[in-house]
Design a protein around this ligand. Sequence first.
Ligand SMILES: [Zn+2]
Length: 277
Amino acid sequence: MANAEIGVIGGSGFYSFLDDVTEIQVDTPYGPPSDSLFLGDLAGRRVAFLPRHGRGHHLPPHRINYRANLWALRSVGVRQVLGPCAVGGLRPEYGPGTLLVPDQLVDRTKSRPGTYFDGLPLPDGSVPNVVHVSLADPYCSTGRSAALKAARGREWEPVDGGTLVVIEGPRFSTRAESLWHQAQGWSVVGMTGHPEAALARELELCYTSLTLVTDLDAGAETGEGVSHEEVLRVFAANVDRMRGVLFDAVAALPATEERDCLCVNALGGLNPGFELP
Ligand SMILES: [Zn+2]
């Protein structure tokens, strides 16, 4: 079985830079992930890439099978995950092209299965226990440091910390919603950061979000609001820089057995009721 140690969940612009890519299909108790896993070497590390929205970007944020995605990555050996994503800026100073590595998360989604501990039996008959993990600090401290250092090394000064609010989508925010998000002091708004981080924690995976601002959200600008075309344009203009940052961040992550962050023991020794993949 092919294996990997680091996972990257991101747009399809990212896996073309893996060497000797092996495509494998993985099934999970929750059904198939968004797409095949693409395994290859990157910066001397074994990396599994997963296109979050599937090839061709056919899955809207609320239809992504997040549980299957994290489960599939872990099942091939991944223990540290980098999750780049496009976001809207909620402050005028966070304009298009800003790289923000959040340290906090607010969940404003509505319809997504967001836990493995829902009490429902898995196909193999095992029943998850009721387990409450801490998500006080939703992101891996080691992964965040690696991402920030990688960005600075590429002369792309990142914003260190901030709150990512995740909305259900696929529509963008109204002006009132956007103004409310800003008034709360939140930094950027996206559609995929939850439940990715929470599910990673439940599987004792390290998870780091790297957000690329593609637009100012509706309440933070004076024009017509966000357009999908503008998001795609800014994303395309920054995809090479983001790849460079991911490359260096992957290289800087510790070996699996040398992780010393809190993610490693997120279950605190509690029995999840099923075998972690
Ligand atoms: Zn960690």
